[in-house]
Design a binder for this molecule. Sequence first.
Ligand code: PPS
Length: 318
Amino acid sequence: MQCSMALDRMEDLSLKQTMVPFESCEVEGIPLTKQMHSIWDRVWKFKARPDDLLIATYAKAGTTWTQEIVDMIQQDGDIEKCRRATTYRRHPFIEWIIEEPPKTNSHLIMKHPTGLELAEAMPSPRTIKTHLPVQLVPPSFWEQNCKVIYVARNAKDNLVSYYHFHRMNKGLPNPGTLEEFIEKFMAGKVLWGSWYDHVKGWWKAKDKHRILYLFYEDMKENPMREIQKIMKFLDKDMNQELLNKIIYNTSFEIMKENPMANYTKDFRGIMDHSVSPFMRKGIVGDWKNYFTVAKNEKFDEDYRKKMADTSLVFRTEF
Ligand code: PPS
């Protein structure tokens, strides 16, 4: 185990006033938060059930979108049922644990139920979220032959989204400048580790396990086609009217206004949507607004090397 501490930059006080120094710890070389590390044994020993569905992604690849689609399919398009609770409480985030720091004039630490607690209390069938790389997925998911939906997003848009999420989320380390964050991302020195290893690891695993591997860009291009893939994978059949209802209610614009899906209800002391909303832009190609020509060339050169040993291909624009 390795832990390291990073003090937040003082000039960012307005964002992270209440933040304690950020500590990350590695599990088998993968950086996780210190709190996640503290429960790692229990996460690893988590008992999956055969009818569990796992939604796995690298952070910011379209997890919440996929969760909403899956829930709408499972609830047969019933919007009220989908609004029974927030995404965090509908689909336990298995490795996640966070305590909100006390607010000014208060000593009370705000405790959220952990992903493990939510999962253990949930009746079957459960849908569970994870950002873990494939090698760190609790083995019981494989032993129970659970279905998994993996969603991947092109590296540059994923990076930009992750950068803004670090800015607005006090539970994550300060990203520094975008230039600094690009370097950390390329080196895999970010929470949940290397994007490159993550997408490649899961890509390989799909040949051995029941994994539906999807792409954010495909979902943007043709949501109907991708939702139909998910339905087929979940052995669900639906008429066109219901399908249209799901497409509509899981669109960026509708989800952005849905308090059960836009993260404005949970983690209020942690996420500051005025810095950058959780539902930020939801597009393909936003990286072009952030990467300079020089940065892009450097990134692409490094990308080619890291992705030379895979058949995986991403689209970075339409
Ligand atoms: S998390 O925190 O890792 O669970 O975040 P995650 O849900 O994986 O990713 C958040 C990004 O997904 C975008 N998003 C959507 N895009 C298109 N359509 C829909 N319905 C949708 N819902 C969420 C969200 O805006 C984040 O991307 P960016 O690029 O930052 O906007």
